[in-house]
Design a protein around this ligand. Structure first.
Ligand code: HEM
Length: 252
């Protein structure tokens, strides 16, 4: 009798264990938890297994870089991106993307809108600082040879982020629609024709015609406020997921 009860209890425990194993296997396979934090501990109840993985710190293989400001450059670039997003949304409340009104709306923001000068100033400085920070971050990654496998995908992903950062600067430059932005965009798009094979098409695509006009403003505006922020966010998420999974590279 007791033997039978023991066997039943063992059987039930075994079934319970297998159910949990299949469940955690499914979670490992189909969720980011398994991908980011490593396979879940099958011996623990599911909630505890997830908590254990979440509490794992980003792995710094040596403490040398951990306390180094250079390891913060990527994070500072991300912080600046958030500043740009916030101030950009506020600027959107007053900016008008037409050739007739763009310039006057920017003058209005600077001189009449309460704290408009401050929001515009923060947007301007954060944009410039972000370009510098991303370049410094890239140099830090290069000189610590952190681009080597298995972080080659993170590096290529980073190159896309660099490209988007430049594209942000270029597209934002035209928006005030003043003399310097008009002629800088004219020269910038003109030099696109120097790119072999696709250069002229690219120039035409950006300008939307032969000269920089309303369509060019509409397109750079769309790029600056919708397409680039979305693309950048997507590539940043991928960047961070790779870093969370692989940890920070062992410095040379
Ligand atoms: C918007 C631009 C970018 C942001 C917000 C960003 C953010 C970050 C953050 C937060 C880290 C982890 C901490 C650190 O090492 O600083 C990191 C690491 C890394 N980033 Fe970036 N990054 C950007 C651009 C780039 C660029 C342009 C490259 C190279 C072309 C790059 C390649 C890498 C690599 C390879 C790592 C791993 C470094 C290691 O393991 O030591 N990133 N990034």
């Amino acid at each position: 009798m007791t033997e039978e009860r023991d066997r039943d209890a063992r059987h039930r425990a075994r079934q319970e264990f297998e159910k949990r194993t299949v469940f955690t296997e499914i979670v490992n396979l189909f969720s980011l938890v398994g991908f980011l934090y490593g396979a879940l501990d099958e011996e623990l109840p599911f909630r505890e297994a997830v908590r254990k993985q979440f509490e794992k710190p980003v792995c710094f293989y040596r403490t040398k870089l951990e306390s180094n400001l250079l390891a913060c450059l990527g994070g500072i670039a991300f912080l600046l991106y958030l500043f740009l997003l916030g101030t950009g949304i506020l600027l959107l409340l007053y900016y008008r993307p037409t050739t007739a009104e763009a310039y006057s709306s920017v003058v209005e923001i600077t001189n009449r809108v309460p704290y408009g000068w401050l929001i515009r100033g923060i947007h301007f400085w954060a944009a410039n600082l972000m370009i510098v920070t991303v370049l410094l971050h890239m140099m830090r990654v290069f000189f610590t040879a952190a681009y080597r496998p298995p972080r080659d995908v993170t590096w290529v992903n980073g190159m896309m982020l660099l490209l988007f950062t430049f594209a942000f600067g270029f597209s934002g430059y035209l928006l005030p629609w003043n003399q310097i932005s008009y002629w800088a965009t004219t020269v910038g798009t003109d030099s696109m024709s120097a790119i072999p094979v696709v250069g002229d098409t690219l120039k035409y695509l950006v300008r939307g015609g032969d000269v920089v006009g309303q369509l060019a403003l509409t397109r750079t505006f769309a790029f600056h406020v919708v397409i680039l922020p979305a693309l950048m966010l997507l590539f940043m998420v991928l960047h961070f997921l790779m870093i969370r999974r692989q940890g920070i590279a062992d410095p040379l």
